[in-house]
Ligand binder design. Structure first.
Ligand code: CTP
Length: 464
C-alpha cells in the first residue's frame, strides 16, 4: 500500500528556529550534521544495543514480508529527548497482528494479542516488551467510551494520536531505516518544550488525555500550550471524565503516581481541577500540598531502606488524597476505585485515631517503644507513611521510622506451646500474656527466653 506522508512535518525538521533551548542542541547538531531527518546516528548513540537489535530485526522481518514498519510514539519522543526507553512501540501498515505473530515466532518471544484494539505485545526472551499495532483510524461512539477501531492509513493513525510530541515515527525498513516522519510538527514542539493536541476533539474523544497532558508536563518539565490548556479546561468543565470508567481513571492515576514527582503532578491536576474526578470534595490546600511533599520524602526513605518490600505508591498518594474526606466518602470512593476493603477500613480507622496518634508520637516527652508499637501495629506501611507525613514533626518521623526499622519485627521467644507446658490453660489469656512479653521485650525489660519465662511466672502468680 502506498501512502501520502505529507511534507509539512518533514520540512519543519529542516528549519530549526533560533530560540531552541540549549538542552536539545545536541539532537539538533546530530540531525543537522547528517541527513536532516536521519535518526540513525541518534539510534546508534543513544539506544541500548538490545533495543537496537530488536528494531533492526523487526525491520528485516517486515522487509521479508514486504510490509511497511515504523517505530512510533513514546519511543521516538524519548529517543529524541535522550531519555532511556525501556519498551518499544512499533506500527505496521495494515498487518500489525500478523506481523506480531510472525515476529514472536521468529524471535521466540511470547505473544499477547488484543484483537479488539488491533494491537499485540511481544515479550522478547530478554524481557523487552514490544507493542505492535496496525495502522488504524479510530472513532469514538461517544465521549469517553473506548474507541471503535477501524483500519486506517499511516497518516490517519498518526493524526488520531494525543500530542504532537507523541506523534512522530521513524521507519524501520531497509533503505529508509531511521528516517524521521514528523507530520504534526512534533519535533518543533519537543524542541520548544510544548504539549499540544493534534485537533480540537482530542479530549472529547479520549478524556484520559487530560491526565496524560499533566503527566508529560510534569515528567518533561514542558508547558501545555494555551489552546490545548483551554480545551482541557473545557473538557473538565463538561465533566467529560465522568463518562470514563473508574478502572481507566485509576490506571491514569497509577501512572501519575509512578512519575518521579507525584506531588508536582497532583498540584497540576489541582490547577486544572482534575481532582474532582476522584471525589468532588477532595480539596487541594497548602496543608495537603506540604503533606504530599513529606510523603515523597518519607517514601524515598522507605525505598532506600527496604528496597525489596513491595508497597503501593497508588495507595499512598490516593490514600493521602482521600484522608480528609468524611468516612462514608472514603468508603464509597475506595469501593469505586477498587481499593481493598481492608485498606479502606484501615484508612478510616486510622483517620479516627489520627489526632491522638499524631499528638502522642510528635510529643517531645519520652514515649515507650511499646506505646509506639500499640499505636501503629496493624496498619499497612502505606498508612504509616501517610500518618508520618501528617505534620512536620521530627519526633513523629523518627518514632515511626524506628517502628518500621525495629519494633515491627520484634518477637518474643516464648510461644503458646511454652505457656501450655507451663500448665496455663489455652484461651484468650494467652494473647494477653504474649502481648505483655512482647511489650516487655520492646521496652528492654526482658532480653532472653529465661527472663521471659520468669516474667510469665510472675504474671501468672500476680493473676492468681
Ligand atoms: N496514545 C494516544 N492517546 C492515548 C494513549 C496513547 O494517542 N490516550 C498514543 C501516543 O502516540 C503514545 C502512544 O499511543 O505515544 C503509546 O501510548 P503509551 O504507551 O500509553 O504512552 P507513551 O507515549 O509511550 O508514554 P510512556 O512513556 O508514559 O509509556
Amino acid at each position: 500500500m502506498t501512502h501520502c506522508f505529507g511534507t509539512g512535518g518533514l520540512l519543519t525538521a529542516y528549519f530549526f528556529p533560533s530560540f531552541l533551548p540549549l538542552t536539545i542542541s545536541t539532537i539538533r547538531d546530530l540531525i543537522m550534521t547528517t541527513k536532516p531527518t536521519d535518526l540513525t546516528p541518534l539510534i546508534q548513540k543513544r539506544l541500548e544495543p538490545r533495543l537496537r537489535k530488536v528494531l533492526y530485526s523487526a525491520g528485516r522481518s517486515a522487509d521479508a514480508l514486504g510490509w511497511k514498519i515504523y517505530c512510533v510514539g513514546g519511543s521516538v519522543r524519548d529517543l529524541l529527548l535522550k531519555k532511556d526507553t525501556f519498551d518499544l512501540d512499533i506500527l505496521v501498515e495494515e498487518h500489525g497482528l500478523e506481523f506480531a505473530r510472525h515476529f514472536a515466532r521468529e524471535e521466540k518471544g511470547t505473544l499477547k494479542l488484543y484483537r479488539r484494539f488491533a494491537t499485540a505485545m511481544v515479550i522478547m526472551p530478554g524481557g523487552i516488551k514490544v507493542d505492535i499495532t496496525t495502522t488504524r483510524g479510530e472513532f469514538y461512539p461517544e465521549p469517553g467510551s473506548l474507541p471503535e477501531v477501524i483500519p486506517g492509513s499511516f497518516e490517519e493513525d498518526i493524526r488520531r494520536r494525543d500530542f504532537t510530541i507523541n506523534a512522530m515515527a521513524f521507519s524501520l525498513n531497509r533503505g529508509e531505516f531511521g528516517r524521521l516522519i514528523d507530520l504534526t510538527y512534533g519535533l518543533d514542539d519537543l524542541n520548544a518544550g510544548i504539549i499540544r493536541v493534534l485537533h480540537g476533539d482530542s479530549f472529547r474523544d479520549d478524556p484520559t488525555r487530560i491526565f496524560r497532558a499533566v503527566r508529560f508536563q510534569q515528567r518533561l518539565g514542558f508547558t501545555i500550550e494555551p489552546r490545548t490548556e483551554e480545551l482541557m479546561r473545557t473538557a473538565v468543565n463538561l465533566k467529560l471524565f465522568e463518562k470514563v470508567s473508574p478502572e481507566r481513571l485509576r490506571h491514569e492515576l497509577e501512572l501519575i503516581f509512578k512519575e518521579p514527582d507525584p506531588p508536582g503532578a497532583i498540584e497540576s491536576m489541582a490547577r486544572y481541577d482534575e481532582l474532582r474526578f476522584i471525589h468532588p470534595r477532595v480539596s487541594y490546600t497548602d496543608e495537603l500540598k506540604a503533606q504530599l511533599y513529606r510523603i515523597r520524602e518519607n517514601y524515598a526513605w522507605f525505598r532506600g531502606r527496604f528496597g525489596e518490600e513491595s508497597i503501593s505508591r497508588f495507595r499512598i498518594y490516593f490514600g493521602a488524597l482521600l484522608f480528609s474526606l468524611p468516612e462514608d466518602a472514603i468508603a464509597e470512593t475506595g469501593e469505586k476505585f477498587n481499593l481493598s476493603l481492608k485498606f479502606s477500613g484501615q484508612l478510616t480507622g486510622v483517620k479516627r485515631r489520627s489526632e491522638e496518634i499524631v499528638r502522642i508520637l510528635s510529643s517531645p516527652e519520652e514515649v515507650a517503644p511499646s506505646q509506639v508499637y500499640s499505636l501503629l501495629h496493624g496498619s499497612d506501611v502505606e498508612i504509616l507513611l501517610i500518618i508520618m507525613s501528617r505534620i512536620d514533626s521530627e519526633h513523629l518521623v523518627s518514632r515511626i521510622r524506628r517502628y518500621l526499622t525495629e519494633y515491627r519485627s520484634v518477637t518474643g521467644e516464648v510461644k503458646g506451646g511454652d505457656l501450655k507446658k507451663l500448665g496455663i490453660p489455652p484461651g484468650p489469656e494467652y494473647k494477653k500474656i504474649l502481648d505483655k512479653l512482647l511489650f516487655a521485650r520492646l521496652d528492654g525489660r526482658v532480653q532472653s527466653r529465661e527472663e521471659e519465662l520468669n516474667l510469665v511466672t510472675s504474671l501468672v502468680d500476680t493473676h492468681d
